[in-house]
Each structure stands twice: as structure tokens, then as C-alpha cells.
Design a protein around this ligand. Structure first.
Ligand code: ZN
Length: 246
């Protein structure tokens, strides 16, 4: 059986919504394969992917539902056109770094460098990168949240104590649990803001992006292709541009 058929059989068998992990467990396929194939099936209107309770594990996350099981075999095999191209294959030289609308919800990853005493989250993180990211967002007067390895989704004003957790030290299962916690709190914000702008490192993006693309109408990653030094320069330049326009 083709992988597509194996996935469809699992979804039909579940007779409800099944998250990617449960599809993986039932099919033996990797989660990347499942995301890619399910994305294609969704584009062909054969399944629906949405944030909901999974009948397999009961967790609230992106889950797949078969819409028209009868049409699977007769549907034309149109593999590549409908499948979303992973952003990683977009050449890094794209000159224009699109700027997310100022009304977009901006997500910033936490950093290791922290002040010594409890403080509002926006003040606790003190690395030069974080300070520049905050200045950029504040210059745009954009709504934002911090992605914290310890606290999940954090309001910048929430007072927290210094801590040592990092996503880099978490295993895959722990990162998955972390992402589930973040996504539960992001779902209502997705309805409110529509667009999300990720100012976050790879580790945060790799686990959140597929589900952010389901939750939000638009997902912007303006600094995706930039190295850390280039990111700092970009943030400083754009913050100045924004300040100058007020
Ligand atoms: Zn599940």
C-alpha cells in the first residue's frame, strides 16, 4: 500500500480526529512524512487538519479527520503541486525580508542570559539579541509573547524568577509536551490576531511552525535565513526605521 493509503486507512479506522503522533503510531511512518502527506490530502480536500481533541490520545492538538473516504482511490494523484513546500528549501538569498504587519502577534524565544533577580519577563532576559528583538517589537507597538522553555507562553509583563531550563536540553517527547502547552494558549490568540511573526530560533520553530501554520492565517518568519549577527543588524535597522516613522 502507498503511504497515502496507509494514512487514510488509519484515519478511517479511527473514525474521528487523530493527531499526527497517533497517526505515526498506527502507521509506523515518520511524523515528517505524515505532515507532508496530510498537508497534501488537505489540499485535495480529502482530510481536514484542525486543532482539536485526538480520539487516540485525547490531547488537544492538530488532528486529522477524513472527509471523504470514498474519494481516496479515485482522486487524481497530484503529489507535488498541492503539497506545501517546506520553508527550509526556499533559497536563503531572497533579498526582501518581508515585515509582518504591526498588528501581528510577535513570538520571541527566551534566551540563556538572564538578570539575577525576579523581574517582568521582558526585563529578565538580557542578551543583546533579546534586547534588540524587544526594541524592534516595541518600536512597532506590536503585541508579543515570549516562548519560555520553563514557562511556555509568557506575557512580557509577567514577573518570573531566573531559571536554567532550555529547549536545547529537552528530549523529543519533552519538547512535544512543551509545544502542546504553548499551542493550547496560542489557539485563542490565533483567532484574535490572525497573523503571527516568529522571532525565534530553529529549535522553537521546528516544533511549532507546522502547527502555527494551521492555527494562524499567516505565519511570518522575517529573519529565517539570517545568522545571529545578521539578525541583530536587521532588528536594529528595522527598529530605527520604525522609530523614524513615528
Ligand atoms: Zn493523538
Amino acid at each position: 500500500m502507498a503511504q497515502t493509503d496507509v494514512i487514510c486507512a488509519a484515519l478511517i479506522d479511527a473514525a474521528g480526529l487523530l493527531c499526527d503522533d497517533c497517526v505515526a503510531a498506527r502507521t509506523g511512518l515518520g511524523s515528517d512524512t505524515i505532515q507532508e502527506i496530510c498537508g497534501g490530502l488537505e489540499a485535495r480536500k480529502l482530510i481536514r487538519r484542525r486543532f482539536a481533541g485526538c480520539v487516540g490520545c485525547g490531547r488537544f492538538r492538530v488532528s486529522n479527520q477524513m472527509l471523504s473516504p470514498d474519494s481516496v482511490e479515485s482522486a487524481p494523484a497530484k503529489p507535488d503541486a498541492a503539497v506545501e513546500v517546506p520553508s527550509a528549501v526556499i533559497p536563503p538569498s531572497s533579498p526582501a525580508m518581508p515585515i509582518a504587519p504591526a498588528g501581528a502577534l510577535h513570538l520571541v524565544s527566551c534566551v540563556a542570559a538572564k538578570g539575577p533577580t525576579p523581574a517582568p519577563a521582558k526585563d529578565l532576559y538580557v542578551s543583546p539579541w533579546f534586547v534588540k528583538a524587544r526594541a524592534y517589537i516595541e518600536s512597532r507597538r506590536a503585541p508579543w509573547r515570549i516562548l519560555s522553555a520553563k514557562h511556555g507562553l509568557l506575557d512580557p509583563e509577567t514577573v518570573i524568577a531566573p531559571y536554567d531550563e532550555t529547549l536545547l536540553a529537552m528530549g523529543a517527547a519533552e519538547r512535544r509536551r512543551w509545544a502542546d502547552g504553548v499551542l493550547v494558549h496560542l489557539a485563542p490568540l490565533a483567532e484574535q490576531y490572525g497573523t503571527v511573526c516568529m522571532l525565534a530560533g530553529n529549535r522553537y520553530r521546528e516544533i511549532l511552525m507546522p502547527e502555527l501554520r494551521r492555527l494562524f492565517r499567516q505565519v511570518d518568519v522575517p529573519m529565517e535565513t539570517l545568522r545571529i549577527g545578521e539578525q541583530m543588524a536587521w532588528l536594529a535597522r528595522e527598529a530605527n526605521t520604525q522609530c523614524a516613522s513615528f
